[in-house]
Design a protein around this ligand. Structure first.
Ligand SMILES: *Cc1c(COP(=O)(O)O)cnc(C)c1O
Ligand code: SF4
Length: 347
């Protein structure tokens, strides 16, 4: 993987960049969880506790692990037939192709797995076994690459994966979950875009960004290169206290996505990852934020609010419910009588 010279990787790096109020006890955080802040993100940090800094600068709060927080918060392990592969839903698999990221988010739900030296790298044989599994299961319609950050892989490596998937006829869709276009936009090069196209199949990228300031000019240019290269883009965000738990911020974020031709897809309730309680927002507050978005901004700007159920039970939408027997609620919060005539006919 290519790394950028100016990525901050140690407590000393963060300290000399003026990002720490105190470095006391932070070495203990660094011993537990990987650290990296890319140049692109360091450039847009204005103060040491702004919403960008909060996502990447280590904090002593991370040393507080609550009893219900889990090393494997969404129960991937129970559905992992091979190293690096999660097959929870019948028609799609998740491939954790790398455990390296250009940044390490302090709230990461895979924080126990990601980072240099955390997990063994997938070997060539592991990758071959994953591809053979996908080829043997005809119900697999979609392959989703995640990590770590799969777009941090070299174009050469991506091309060989795409060529292998090109030759598996039942795989119709390839998806990547990535933060690269935002945190390391220089990695979105013409060879990378053409590597993704070499599958000859529809490719979707779910872009992870949490604050409108992350959608910099360079990030938007990177999205344009991908989209102009034939790739469709979706958004994914995590609802984070002190970052985006505010209707103005969410409005600006969703509009920034749509303006960059990235269709809002999900806003995820923060998972129960160890040492992340300072980021979690009550679900009721998340639902209130979603209610406020509805009506205030275009339908194009509406993501689904999702919870990944601990234990491996999958994702469920947990947004507000606008319907109750005999009534429907409008976006102002007023209830109106509404009888579902079709349901009455069937009864
Ligand atoms: C989140 C996830 C997916 C993708 O879910 P979508 O609802 O299709 O976005 C697939 N497999 C696993 C194991 C997941 O955790
Ligand atoms: S980029 Fe994704 S996988 Fe990597 S640290 Fe951030 S949330 Fe975790």
């Amino acid at each position: 993987m290519r790394t950028e010279a100016r990525t901050l990787r140690t407590i000393a790096d963060f300290d000399s960049a003026g990002l720490l109020k105190t470095s006391a006890e932070l070495e203990r955080v660094a011993d537990k969880y990987a650290l990296a802040l890319s140049a692109a993100m360091a450039d847009i940090i204005e103060t040491s506790d702004d919403p960008i800094a909060r996502q990447f600068v280590p904090s002593v709060d991370e040393l507080r692990t609550l009893p219900f927080e889990l090393a494997d918060p969404i129960g991937d392990d129970a559905f992992s037939p091979l190293p690096g592969l999660v097959h929870r839903y019948r028609d799609r698999v998740l491939v954790k192709i790398t455990h390296i990221c250009p940044v390490y988010c302090r709230f990461c739900f895979r924080r126990e797995m990601v980072g240099p030296g955390k997990t063994d790298n997938l070997t060539r044989a592991d990758t071959d076994a994953i591809l053979a599994y996908i080829a043997s299961k005809h119900e697999i319609w979609e392959v989703i690459f995640t990590g770590g950050d799969p777009l941090a892989l070299s174009p050469r490596r991506l091309k060989s994966l795409m060529e292998a998937l090109r030759d598996i006829p039942h795989v119709k869709i390839i998806r990547f979950h990535s933060r690269v276009p935002v945190v390391a936009p220089h990695l979105i090069t013409a060879p990378l875009v053409s590597a993704l196209a070499s599958a000859n199949k529809p490719v979707y990228i779910a872009l992870h960004a949490n604050h409108p300031r992350e959608m910099t000019l360079k990030a938007r240019d990177a999205c344009s290169k991908l989209i102009d290269g034939g790739i469709s883009m979706l958004s994914q965000s995590v609802l984070l206290k002190g970052v985006n738990d505010d209707v103005e911020v969410l409005t600006d974020l969703m509009r920034a996505f749509v303006e960059a031709r990235v269709k809002p897809y999900t806003i995820n309730h923060a998972d129960l990852a160890p040492g992340t309680s300072h980021f979690r927002v009550p679900i009721e507050e998340g639902q209130n934020l979603m209610r406020q978005l509805r009506g205030r901004v275009s339908g194009l700007c509406q993501p689904s609010y999702m919870l990944d159920i601990p234990g491996g039970f999958g994702k469920s939408p947990i947004g507000p419910n606008y319907l109750r027997p005999g009534y429907v609620q409008d976006y102002h919060g007023n209830w109106h009588e509404y009888q579902d005539q079709n349901s009455d006919l069937r009864a």
